[in-house]
Ligand binder design. Structure first.
Ligand SMILES: CC(C)(COP(=O)(O)OP(=O)(O)OC[C@H]1O[C@@H](n2cnc3c(N)ncnc32)[C@H](O)[C@@H]1OP(=O)(O)O)[C@@H](O)C(=O)NCCC(=O)NCCS
Length: 196
């Protein structure tokens, strides 16, 4: 098996309130509905807005292809009690080095403030670090995106630095804040949480 594959990851991933599962074309209407929000596109590097059914179909097909190859986890965040799609969460290798993964996530506006994204990110991190090749997970947040930075700190990430005016979006240059979580920090964080 190739180093760094997710082929052994058993899906869906389950947590107390959520299932993280691969998307299907049946999810496209829910995706289009939740992603019709400039506030989400503004905070993500590559999220189209307006979000069209064609964008949803393309994302689903790419996610399914990646799942078959074991390249990445591109999952929907689904509430277990009513099967409602709340958002998305993904991890994928940064470039050709399988030891570093990138993390991305979003939550529909109506589902924030209840800890769902925190729960989903913790769950995908557990799967990410179960993959032996993973040494480090990195996440980027634009500097005005305080909620995302708070989430990353909550799950154990540390701020590593700031790339000044690294991204041009909505007619302005944005600073990009880099966060990372090392395997040993994740293991320590998980031990502390179990002990508390
Ligand atoms: C980033 C984003 C996912 C964060 O959403 P969020 O609702 O703040 O995150 P969570 O779902 O983890 O909820 C955390 C909030 O719920 C509260 N909460 C309630 N129950 C909780 C629980 N069981 N566990 C954790 N937090 C809980 C927390 O106190 C926190 O509220 P606060 O911000 O008022 O302190 C969301 O703002 C978003 O999708 N933004 C647009 C896309 C985006 O920015 N993506 C990231 C790009 S880097």
């Amino acid at each position: 098996m190739r180093a760094g594959t997710f082929a052994r990851t058993r899906l869906p991933l389950a947590s107390a309130r959520l299932l993280l599962r691969s998307p299907s074309l049946r999810d496209v209407p829910a995706l289009v509905d939740e992603l019709q929000d400039p506030g989400i596109a503004r905070n993500l590097a590559h999220m189209p807005y307006p979000y069209r059914p064609r964008d949803g179909r393309e994302w689903v097909r790419r996610a399914q292809g990646a799942a078959r190859r074991g390249d990445r986890l591109s999952l929907l965040i689904v509430r277990s009690r009513d099967a409602r799609v709340l958002g998305g969460v993904s991890v994928w290798p940064e470039g050709h080095d399988p030891s570093t993964l990138l993390l991305g996530y979003w939550l529909g506006r109506g589902h924030r403030g209840e800890g769902y994204a925190t729960e989903a990110v913790r769950t995908i991190l557990r799967a990410a670090f179960r993959r032996p090749a993973t040494h480090r997970v990195v996440a980027y947040a634009f500097s005005p995106n305080r909620r995302s930075q708070a989430l990353l700190r909550r799950v154990g990430f540390r701020r590593e630095g700031l790339a000044r005016e690294a991204f041009y979006k909505d007619h302005r240059w944005l600073d990009d804040v880099q966060f990372a979580l090392l395997r040993r920090e994740w293991e320590q964080f998980a031990r502390d949480r179990r002990g508390s």
